[in-house]
Every structure is written in structure tokens, then in C-alpha cells.
Design a protein around this ligand. Structure first.
Ligand SMILES: CC(C)(COP(=O)(O)OP(=O)(O)OC[C@H]1O[C@@H](n2cnc3c(N)ncnc32)[C@H](O)[C@@H]1OP(=O)(O)O)[C@@H](O)C(=O)NCCC(=O)NCCS
Length: 175
């Protein structure tokens, strides 16, 4: 199946909010209380919030379209707020990479990651970095497979009142 990766616009807000909420809930339900999950979804994937993010030129959302349907998305930005020490490089934060669970293991995530790397090279980034929940074994395996290593730094990523720890991974672009 062919995948098209395209920059999301305001016209995609509804589709993106729906896909964002579904994939987040599929990934993290059961790791926090149902109330915490609902609150997180309401706060982060409501239509207005997604529209605000899409309206920001620096906030790079891309949709992965297969057979005319969005089956995954990524969000990336040059943003050092979460880990200021990254400022010593020109660094691209991969804030999200989510593929609908019906499409896991089909190579789409690799296509999205290749797209991110190509974008990083074309825009002279020196490193790509991302946070992954310490117990998200599938994602950790995927990132290991695509050349990311553990930076040794961590951060708290609580879902509501449920504390969770993310590991910061990184991949330096070869010169
Ligand atoms: C993370 C994600 C993008 C990876 O895409 P994918 O299509 O599932 O990735 P792949 O199948 O190519 O790679 C996953 C690897 O983990 C392995 N794996 C799957 N379940 C596993 C488990 N429970 N324990 C260990 N390894 C596991 C797979 O076998 C595969 O390795 P292999 O190719 O050597 O067989 C996708 O799973 C996803 O969208 N997950 C939900 C959202 C998410 O977690 N995003 C990342 C947030 S940081």
C-alpha cells in the first residue's frame, strides 16, 4: 500500500483531532486512570487546541494518508523548551509519531521516520530527539531499529495525576 505524507492544514483539524485522540488512547489507556485519560484527551485533542497548533507555522504536523484515509501522523518542531541543553545543536524535536494500530508492523512508521530524517537533513538539523515512555516497549524497539539511542536524560510526562517517566532519545545526523 502506498503512503502519502502531507503537511496538515487547518482543513485537517477535525481529522487530526480524531486520529490524535484515538491513537493516544489506544497507546496509553490502562497506564493511568480513565478520568486522567479523558482529561488529557479533552485538553490536548479538542478541536480548538488542534486548530491553534495548526495555525502556528513552526508547529509541523504531517498526515500519513493511505488509500485516501489518514492512518498516522507526526508532529515536529525546533523547540528547546523541554530540554534546554539541546540548544548546543540545531535540534529537531519529534514531538509525536503515531500510526493507527490497524496499520502497525506494515512499514508506514518507517516511511514516516524516513520523512523526518530527510526533513532534518534538508534543513541542516544536527540531531533529532524525542521522548518515549519508559515502558512503551514497541515504540522503544522501533526507535532502536531506526538508529535512536538513549541520551541518559529523562523527564516527567504525567497523564493527569498519574506520574510517568519518558526517556529522551536522540539520533545525530552523520556529516
Ligand atoms: C511506535 C510506532 C510508530 C512504531 O510503528 P510500528 O509499525 O508498530 O513499528 P514496527 O512494527 O516497524 O517496529 C516495532 C518493533 O517492535 C517489536 N515489538 C512489538 N511489540 C513488542 C513488544 N511487546 N515487546 C518488544 N518488541 C515488540 C516488533 O516486533 C517490531 O520489531 P521487528 O521489526 O524487529 O519485528 C507504532 O507502534 C505506534 O504508532 N504506536 C503507538 C503510538 C506510539 O507509541 N508512538 C510513539 C510515542 S513516543
Amino acid at each position: 500500500m502506498l503512503l502519502t505524507i502531507t503537511r496538515a492544514t487547518l482543513a485537517d483539524a477535525e481529522a487530526l483531532a480524531g486520529l490524535g485522540a484515538t491513537t493516544f488512547s489506544d497507546t496509553f489507556s490502562g497506564t493511568c486512570t480513565d478520568e486522567d485519560m479523558q482529561e488529557f484527551l479533552d485538553e490536548n485533542f479538542n478541536l480548538q487546541q488542534v486548530k491553534n497548533e495548526l495555525a502556528n507555522e513552526q508547529d509541523l504536523y504531517y498526515l500519513a494518508i493511505s488509500d485516501g484515509k489518514p492512518i498516522g501522523y507526526l508532529r515536529m518542531m525546533e523547540d528547546y523548551g523541554n530540554l534546554p541543553l539541546m540548544k548546543q545543536w540545531k535540534a529537531l524535536e519529534l514531538k509525536r509519531l503515531y500510526v493507527d494500530k490497524a496499520f502497525h508492523g506494515m512499514g508506514f512508521a518507517q516511511d514516516l521516520m524516513k520523512f523526518v530524517e530527510q526533513f532534518a537533513r534538508q534543513n541542516q538539523f544536527e540531531v533529532i530527539w524525542l521522548g518515549v515512555w519508559e515502558h512503551n516497549v514497541r515504540a522503544k524497539k522501533f526507535y532502536e531499529k531506526t538508529g535512536f539511542t538513549d541520551s541518559g536524560f529523562t523527564h516527567n510526562f504525567p497523564i493527569g495525576s498519574t506520574p510517568q517517566t519518558d526517556n529522551w532519545l536522540w539520533k545525530f545526523m552523520e556529516k
